[in-house]
Design a protein around this ligand. Structure first.
Ligand code: ATP
Ligand code: MP5
Length: 271
């Protein structure tokens, strides 16, 4: 069985972060493991508080996983502080991690910051160069590349600038644009785009986490980069199309529908 690790924050309400990642891994038939970087008291409407895990315990969690069950792919999500980033960067290097998909999470859907603003330089210098794929949304890409993004051409320009920071490939996600949901991948040579019709729903909590974990699952399963994104896009689109109207704010993506669709379960309740 293929194995994947998520290094990310915990969303107690189950829609984003580690919880979304583990559900996504399971739906792909991949064995999921987790290293928690922050415990976030959050739900579909708001972030109440954040407790960052100490760098020491983050490092020890990574050691515990890698000395025993080395993963075939690693997804990295919320890294809230400079020290968190430095601890993760040290361990990426020490364990020679590969197939790393990094979602540079900066804000929750309701606008609450999940990354300290003063850590952007460390993200760029110490984390981004390790990414096999970096998956910023449009506001994150604007911050990292220091440009404004209003069009597909801007997304391509942003992807090129970010690629020069040392990552192997960049996928800028179009969830925050208008019209079709188009994502742009740059692998250092060619551009690829992935489009789905925009689904009219407010229930998009955890879409970015779901997408990056689906891509990591596909890399763990041995797919090349553009196929991993194609499959990941199909997964997240289905998960949004059947997202759940639960909670008072932005409801979460639906993983069981994907399982059902792929014939892995006959679970139908709530679809
Ligand atoms: N309403 C929608 N309809 C169809 N696809 C969408 C919609 N919203 C987002 N997507 C797609 O979902 C994926 C995740 O993109 P998005 O830009 O929402 O990520 P994100 O902002 O990082 O997510 P999060 O808000 O969870 O951090 C992308 O493939 C994007 O195109
Ligand atoms: C722990 C954690 N990680 C990531 C997100 C971003 O996801 P979203 O923007 O969909 O809330 C989140 N809300 N919580």
């Amino acid at each position: 069985m293929k194995k994947a690790l998520s290094i990310a924050g915990s969303d107690c309400s189950g829609g984003a972060g580690i919880q979304a990642d583990l559900k996504t891994f399971s739906a792909h038939g991949v064995f999921g493991m987790s290293v928690i970087t922050s415990v976030v008291a959050e739900n579909t409407s708001r972030v109440i508080d954040i407790q960052d895990i100490t760098p020491d315990i983050i490092e020890k969690q990574i050691d515990a996983v890698f000395e025993d069950i080395p993963p075939d792919a690693v997804k990295i999500g919320m890294l809230s502080q400079v020290d968190t980033m430095l601890a993760v960067a040290k361990k990426i290097h020490e364990w020679d991690m590969t197939n790393i998909v990094i979602d540079p999470v900066m804000y929750a859907k309701n606008g609450c910051p999940l990354m300290a603003p003063d850590s952007i330089d460390t993200l760029i210098s110490r984390i981004i160069p390790f990414a096999y794929m970096l998956t910023p949304n449009i506001p994150e890409a604007e911050k990292i590349a220091e440009i404004e993004i209003h069009s597909i051409e801007d997304m391509k320009r942003g992807a090129k600038i970010i690629h020069e920071m040392g990552c192997t490939s960049v996928l800028i996600k179009g969830g925050h644009s208008v019209g079709d949901a188009t994502d742009v991948l740059f692998d250092g040579k060619d551009f690829y785009s992935y489009t789905s019709p925009r689904i009219q729903t407010k229930n998009t909590h955890g879409t970015g986490c779901t997408y990056s974990s689906a891509i990591a699952s596909n890399l763990a399963l041995g797919h090349p980069v553009n196929k991993a994104v194609e499959n990941g896009k199909a997964y997240v689109t289905t998960a949004i199309r059947h997202s759940l109207a639960i909670g008072k704010g932005h409801g979460p993506t639906h993983h069981f529908y994907n399982l059902y669709k792929n014939g892995l379960t006959d679970f139908k309740e709530g679809i």
